[in-house]
Ligand binder design. Structure first.
Ligand code: TYD
Length: 186
């Protein structure tokens, strides 16, 4: 049984079997405990639409293993990543002034990481926009379904690693902004 609770303070909490995923709006840390059987996405799009969707788009700080040989950061599905990881892709060699993204998703959860350089992620819930700058390889931006995103202002050498919850499926995309706004009003 899955329990969901969206508090009035903006806290989004969901309990999936033994898995507890707690986004804290104030200090943007992701608190979690984890069981072995995290096999499904933890928060469904309709839950997010019931709250303020943009509040669920957040920067998380990933573990850092400091080492004089070079630092290391990791992310595990069901631990730092609050969804089942099914696909990774990365965007690189973006010419100055170019924009990527420009779509929303029905089901797909995403964690974006600037593993090199920097770029901006502009997110929209159909009404409000917010811009996040990603420029640290130990930070990630969680984007739930139902959020429009564009990526721009890539630095030279900027690389966007994207860890997502679904296999590639064109039917999961909403690529027209007007169509997206209509889905937000429904
Ligand atoms: P798209 O997701 O539109 O890129 P962006 O997020 O920058 O807008 O994908 C661009 C093209 O790459 C599109 O033709 C589909 C293809 N593609 C795959 O085949 N598999 C994938 O996992 C992804 C993300 C894209």
């Amino acid at each position: 049984m899955i329990l969901a609770k969206i508090g009035i303070t903006g806290e989004i909490k969901r309990i999936c079997k033994n898995f507890v995923c707690n986004y804290d709006i104030n200090d943007v840390t992701l608190v979690h405990t984890c069981a072995s059987d995290v096999t499904q996405n933890l928060i469904e799009p309709m839950d997010i639409h019931a709250a303020r969707p943009l509040d669920a788009v957040k920067i998380i700080t990933l573990p850092r293993i400091h080492d004089p040989r070079g630092n290391l950061t990791f992310a595990e599905s069901g631990a730092q990543i609050p969804f089942s990881l099914n696909r990774a892709y990365w965007i690189y060699d973006v010419p100055a002034g170019e924009e990527r993204g420009g779509h929303s998703h029905h089901e797909m959860w995403q964690l974006l990481i600037a593993v090199g350089g920097s770029f901006n992620v502009n997110v929209c819930d159909g009404e409000n926009w917010r811009t996040f700058t990603l420029n640290r390889p130990y930070e990630g931006l969680i984007i739930p379904p139902g959020i429009w995103r564009t990526l721009d202002n890539f630095s030279s050498g900027g690389v966007c690693l994207s860890l997502v919850s679904t296999h590639y499926e064109e039917a999961d995309y909403i690529r027209d902004f007007e169509d997206f706004k209509k889905t937000c009003r429904q």
